[in-house]
Design a binder for this molecule. Structure first.
Ligand SMILES: N[C@@H](CCC(=O)N[C@@H](CS)C(=O)NCC(=O)O)C(=O)O
Length: 228
């Protein structure tokens, strides 16, 4: 029996954008074929599908290509959203997307802008890692304030914003774990620990060999041992 064509996901395990896409796909229960890539050795199939060649990229069976991680999250969750990530217990989807945009912004003032320059100062001539750490901390303090009232970014249970932003906070924290642990951000620390310790996160961080043309398909998400 032939299986219906599945969407193809080009992914890179440690990329925070790819992590958020995999989280939403796994939560939705949608199955995809995963192609693990190396950023320094991108397969021609990825570049043909999406010339800008960032990950994640999702190629749908009808040929449509989604090349923004947030669009992949929305695509998966609009198909099925069992944990109500699109409808937070406080605020709206638009509010969540606005916070995610602040996280993702590569402009001066965006969290991602400061994260990159704090984590990889050598890639940015003249970047002062400590200044960028301080500027990134302004966004983290804002998250700490949001978490203080309800425990999650938009209410009392995790939603799209938590899943889209936590992978970036994880990267920031891992840059200097002692410094991060020393900050007076108790809610942010618990929120991040709950995220990284969750079976959900563990499941989507499974390791796959680099995909090469002609390889047998790898189905994602992997079997959930708890059947959840
Ligand atoms: N706006 C894109 C950004 C994706 C992105 O920049 N991904 C990084 C990896 S974390 C990438 O593919 N960079 C290209 C490269 O390093 O060649 C999205 O949300 O999907």
């Amino acid at each position: 029996m032939t299986r219906a064509a599945l969407p193809l996901l080009y992914s890179f395990r440690r990329c925070p954008y790819a992590i958020r896409a995999r989280l939403a796909i796994a939560a939705s229960g949608q199955q995809v074929e995963l192609r693990e890539i190396k950023l320094r050795d991108k397969p021609p199939e990825l570049i043909a599908a999406s010339p800008k060649a960032t990950v994640p990229v999702l190629v749908l069976p009808d040929g449509q290509v989604l090349e923004q991680s947030i669009d992949i999250m929305l695509w998966a969750l609009r198909w099925r959203d069992p944990y109500c990530w699109l409808t937070p217990s406080s605020g709206t989807l638009e509010d969540m997307l606005a916070l995610v945009a602040c996280n993702d912004s590569n402009r001066e003032g965006g969290f991602k802008h400061h994260l990159d320059r704090y984590k990889y100062p050598n890639r940015y001539p003249g970047a002062d890692a400590e200044r960028h750490r301080g500027a990134g901390a302004v966004f983290l303090l804002h998250l700490e304030d949001r978490l203080a009232s309800t425990g999650c970014l938009f209410g009392s249970r995790p939603a799209l914003a938590d899943m889209a932003i936590a992978p970036f906070v994880r990267q920031f924290a891992a840059t200097d774990p002692d410094w991060f642990a020393g900050q007076a951000w108790p809610r942010l620390h618990s929120w991040l620990s709950a995220f990284t310790a969750s079976p959900r996160f563990e499941r989507i961080m499974a390791k796959y060999p680099q995909w090469m043309s002609g390889h047998a398909p790898t189905l994602f998400p992997p079997e959930d041992p708890c059947g959840a």
